[in-house]
Design a protein around this ligand. Structure first.
Ligand code: ARG
Ligand code: ZN
Length: 347
């Protein structure tokens, strides 16, 4: 993006260097404002209910969780697992219709603020598990711990001020925010993470410097032995990634991780042909350390952990049009069914 006052010198620099270019968006601000206005009009769900035709604000998602806790007391409870830097509740919903010691699937959403489809999809998972009677089997032998918005400050910031914000909102001397997915204490700061506060992949001043990442850590430590599968939901790029991020070596159970991902991928693809790339995060995406999925496997010892990169869209990839929320949720939920089925049959 080039601000208007630099446009002339920018284009003449390009011209004098013989660099060809084309303008993709003439006025980014206008596009942004139009999208925001549309959101404001359409994102008011009927009381208590949630809608997936627009992206929801943090408050609407919290209200939906409370609503479920009130209406489904036998299978749902909501727990505040921590507080964000700016003081927002980080809420986790627990879902289960069977034994309290059933195997657990833990789902993390909204680590990266701008990846709006993540909280949307994770909220969709919640709705399907709680409100769709057809999925009752998915909660009878499996318990779910689901955090739809792990980084609420960042998420709200993308709605009010900066659409492409990624990090948390904890202040630093020079710049704001830490990349939560570089802040976990496993090979911390080794590779693909920055020590520079102003970087988008700033790993933080120390492992678990962020209350948001600490909140997820504590949940994992509380339920370590019971958690059998962990999903970190991100966007974008259509990847099903398993560890590791610090080495191109495969984990010893790579065959299991890979085979399960292959099944998940084909279930997703069967809906309308969306394909995903499967592999270890270093090998198919890039090396980066301090991510939640690596810590949950490498330190907490949960064998099956995946980072899911949902489909992109829009101008930047992170701004998948709201009209795509439902199709993406529907197809990806078929993959969640496969994950659940695996956990039910193997633990
Ligand atoms: N896009 C995610 C991130 O940058 C994916 C991380 C997956 N791990 C990896 N080592 N590539 O946080
Ligand atoms: Zn992400």
């Amino acid at each position: 993006m080039v601000p208007p006052n630099l446009q002339a010198s920018f284009t003449s620099t390009l011209a004098s260097a013989y660099i060809n270019y084309s303008v993709l968006i003439d006025n980014v601000e206008r596009v942004n404002n139009a999208e925001q206005a549309r959101q404001a009009i359409n994102a008011r769900p009927a009381s208590g209910r949630i809608s997936f035709t627009e992206y929801q604000r943090y408050d609407a998602i919290q209200n939906y969780l409370s609503e479920l806790a009130t209406n489904y007391t036998d299978i749902v409870s909501v727990e505040e697992i921590g507080t964000s830097y700016e003081g927002r509740a980080i809420n986790m919903i627990k879902i289960g219709a069977g034994a309290s010691d059933n195997p657990i699937i833990l789902v993390e959403g909204g680590m990266h603020a701008r990846e709006w489809i993540s909280p949307a999809f994770v909220t969709y998972i919640i709705q399907e598990l709680v409100e769709n009677e057809a999925n009752r089997n998915m909660i009878e032998n499996t318990n779910w711990l689901i955090v739809p918005v792990l980084n609420p400050d960042g998420y709200e910031h993308t709605h009010t001020s900066a659409r492409l914000w990624r990090k948390t909102r904890s202040p630093g001397l020079l710049c704001t925010g830490v990349d939560g997915n570089r802040n976990f204490d496993f090979h911390w700061m080794e590779t693909g993470a920055s020590a520079l506060q102003c970087s988008n992949t700033f790993a933080g001043s120390a492992p678990f410097s962020e209350s948001e990442t600490s909140a997820l850590r504590d949940v994992v430590l509380q339920y370590t032995d019971q958690i059998k599968l962990f999903l970190a939901i991100h966007s974008y790029g259509n990847y099903l990634l398993y560890p590791w991020g610090h080495t191109s070596d495969f984990p010893e159970d790579v065959n299991i991780l890979d085979a399960l991902a292959v099944e998940v991928e084909s279930a997703i693809a069967s809906v309308s042909g969306t394909r995903y790339t499967i592999g270890s995060s270093t090998n198919v995406l890039y090396a980066a350390t301090g991510g939640s999925a690596d810590w949950v496997k490498g330190v907490a010892g949960v064998n099956l952990t995946y980072t899911v990169e949902l489909p992109g869209g829009g101008i930047w990839g992170f701004d998948l049009p709201a009209s795509r929320i439902i199709p993406v949720c529907e197809e990806t939920f078929e993959g969640v069914k496969v994950y659940q089925n695996y956990v039910e049959n193997n633990f």
